[in-house]
Design a protein around this ligand. Structure first.
Ligand code: DGL
Length: 259
């Protein structure tokens, strides 16, 4: 069973940032990545719609015999992972904004968070924020339009820069010293964010932690692939093949999926 693949899904290409962390930490693992780009963005959709799409993605990966599922999407995790865990007999690893480490480390008592509407309005996010960050100022920003620009191949556009400038302004005014990335698409923005943020602001994302947690859970279940074999990394999208290839690099083949 350890040779079966880790299944990974996101509303689109963003979760490839998580796939990269998983692949770097566990190069022996076979992986299948599903980008549901035709339905992106998930952020503005309601909880029920996000659960329905997450069910569809999960069943696709389970039909491919995946041994564990990584929900590489904050919006799907914060809205649907409880449902998935209650209804499928497989382990799920999720991702949610790293508000706790930011709240623990801030010196200015102000942290910023960029995420989707679906994540910021979720119960899970308010619970985590109340639990760990009630003593500090949390400047929340719904980053409308960012996922769409990445999905359409406009990562390094002027429009992206202008939107980010608008979103960061209230955070900079509030003197944040940590910016939490609450969406798996956003690690691709880091070069632009570093240009726009004051030098002392640190960026936190949860990608590496998700990869570590995936490894721990595989080990616990005796599912880690310890044999050195040639591994397979498969990528499927119902969106734009070139956009996904440009984020992964030319060594990886992306297949189109009618989904
Ligand atoms: N990558 C998803 C996330 O982490 C993007 C959300 C969306 O599709 O709006 O939240």
């Amino acid at each position: 069973m350890s040779k079966q693949s880790i299944g990974i899904f996101d509303s689109g290409v963003g979760g490839t940032s998580i796939w990269k962390e998983i692949h770097a930490l566990m190069p022996n693992e076979n992986t299948i990545y599903l980008a549901d780009s035709a339905n992106a963005p998930y952020g503005p959709k309601g909880k029920d719609a996000i659960i329905d799409l997450s069910i569809k993605n999960t069943e696709y990966l389970l039909n491919k015999n995946c041994k564990l599922i990584v929900v590489a999407c904050n919006t799907a995790t914060t809205n649907a992972i409880d449902y998935l865990r209650a209804n499928y007999n497989v382990s799920f690893i999720g991702i949610e904004p790293a508000i706790k480490p930011a709240a623990l480390q801030t010196k200015t008592n102000a942290v910023g968070i960029l995420a989707t509407k679906g994540t910021l309005s979720s119960e899970l996010f308010s619970k985590t924020t109340n639990l760990f960050a009630s003593h500090i100022k949390v400047i929340e920003q719904i980053a409308d339009g960012i996922v769409e620009l990445i999905e359409s191949g406009n990562l390094y556009s002027d429009e992206m820069k202008s939107l980010l400038k608008i979103y960061l302004e209230p955070m900079i005014k509030a003197d944040i010293d940590y910016l939490v990335l609450g969406c798996t698409h956003y690690p691709y923005l880091i070069p632009t964010l570093l240009e726009l943020l004051p030098k002392h602001v640190k960026i936190i994302d949860s990608g590496e932690a998700v990869a570590r947690q995936t490894k721990v859970v595989l080990e616990q279940h005796g599912l880690l692939n310890t044999q050195i074999t040639k591994t397979k990394s498969q990528f499927f999208t119902n969106g734009n093949l070139e956009v996904m290839t440009s984020l992964l690099g030319k060594n990886f083949i992306v297949d189109y999926l009618h989904f």
